[in-house]
Design a protein around this ligand. Structure first.
Ligand code: NAD
Ligand code: UDP
Length: 333
């Protein structure tokens, strides 16, 4: 039996594929390479280039493969872009989910593990955020993901397709050996941008806002290592295979770091000065996002290996230093 990973050429998906292969799973990947990289996909996984919304293509893949469950990473995920182009997000993310579930149902595949996000909660009423807290997104990206969760809920009711929604907080880091890592164009996430400055590719870091009601005025976020995150997907798949009901889990460390603290940690890890300046707030940024993630630890038996941000940054820096141009495949896309 095969695990089908949609979006397996992307940052998080490629680490999940790698972990699945390491743990002995048979893996197939679907990706249209819109933001992903062919070179990021573990060579032991079969690769199908195509779009989740292309049902003919997807039906062919499901005909060829004997699929026991899918892990669905394929989506757009840049918050500011979603504010300007909401329909792009509802089309790729939300309509993509409808397409996928239709094909799954047709082929009697009844398990899906899904990349959800802290952005589905919007501005939290309480910290840490629990899975049962209200989900009121403040941007179209978060809304598109919440709609995907709801579509899975009703598909479970109607067709018995069981799902686990994993609501990630801030994902960072890279595989320890530096062979795969984060390579987005343009890059918008804090850790890789800080490391671009450390590597001399950017002049300085702009810290978006220092007047938030936090310890030092900058936003506070909860960071989780990408390999720990990948492992949670495998546990979620096994949870569904064991016959458990659909569920949702936060994935975070339950510890918050401010943007200034992240900068200081990166200075320590890299030994570089990393020039930074204060800049205006970025639209749509909640002040503080910290996960209550005891549910994933208790129910899935998730045991993250990386428990401090310096270790997370160190692995991202290792990837950056060994791959200064990332996968270096921009011209071919
Ligand atoms: P990514 O852009 O690196 O990966 C997404 C992958 O999906 C890419 O390889 C892309 O080519 C592919 N893809 C996109 N649309 C597709 C389509 N229609 N058909 C086929 N393939 C398609 O993003 P990532 O950072 O790895 O994030 C993966 C998932 O995790 C996303 O769903 C994102 O919403 C979610 N997420 C990410 C973060 C984070 O911090 N990176 C946080 C919360 C949630
Ligand atoms: N951030 C920043 N400068 C940058 C990129 C990000 O100050 O160049 C801040 C951003 O405003 C947020 C935090 O870093 O407070 C994390 O942002 P990121 O985009 O990495 O993740 P998000 O929390 O938006 O999912």
């Amino acid at each position: 039996m095969t695990v089908l990973v949609l979006g397996g050429a992307g940052y998080i998906g490629s680490h999940a594929v790698d972990r699945l292969v390491q743990k002995g799973y048979d893996v197939a990947v679907v990706d249209n390479l819109v933001t992903g990289h062919r070179a990021a996909v573990n060579k032991q996984a079969r690769f199908y280039e195509g779009d989740v919304r292309d049902q003919k293509f997807l039906n062919d893949v499901f005909d060829k493969e004997d699929i026991e469950g899918v892990i669905h990473f394929a989506a757009f995920s840049v918050v500011p872009e979603s504010m300007e182009k909401p329909l792009k997000y509802f089309d790729n993310n939300t309509a993509g989910m409808v397409s996928l579930l239709e094909v799954m149902n047709k082929h009697n595949v009844k398990r899906i593990v899904f990349s959800s996000t802290a952005a589905t909660y919007g501005e939290p009423k309480q910290i840490p955020i629990k899975e049962t807290d209200p989900q009121i997104p403040t941007n179209p990206y978060g809304e598109s993901k919440l709609m995907m969760e709801k579509i899975m809920h009703w598909s479970d009711q109607a067709y018995g397709i069981k799902f686990v929604a994993l609501r990630y907080f801030n994902v960072a880091g890279a595989k320890e050996d530096g062979s795969i890592g984060e390579d987005h164009h343009p890059e918008t996430h804090l850790v890789p941008i800080i490391l671009q400055v450390a590597a001399g590719e950017r002049k300085e870091l702009s810290i978006f806002g220092d007047d938030y009601p936090t310890k030092d005025g900058t936003n506070v976020r909860d960071y989780v290592h990408v390999v720990d995150l990948a492992d949670a997907h495998i546990l979620a798949l096994e949870y569904l295979k064991a016959g458990h009901d659909s569920n949702a889990f936060n994935l975070g460390s339950s510890t918050g770091f401010s943007n200034k603290e992240m900068l200081e940690a990166a200075r320590k890890v890299t030994g570089k000065e990393i020039p930074a300046k204060m800049a205006p707030r970025r639209a749509g940024d909640p002040s503080t996002l910290i996960a209550a993630s005891d549910k994933a630890r208790e129910v899935l038996n998730w045991q993250p290996q990386f428990d401090n941000v310096e270790d997370i940054i160190r692995t991202a820096w290792n990837w950056k230093q060994t791959h200064p141009q990332g996968y270096n495949d921009r011209e071919t896309k």
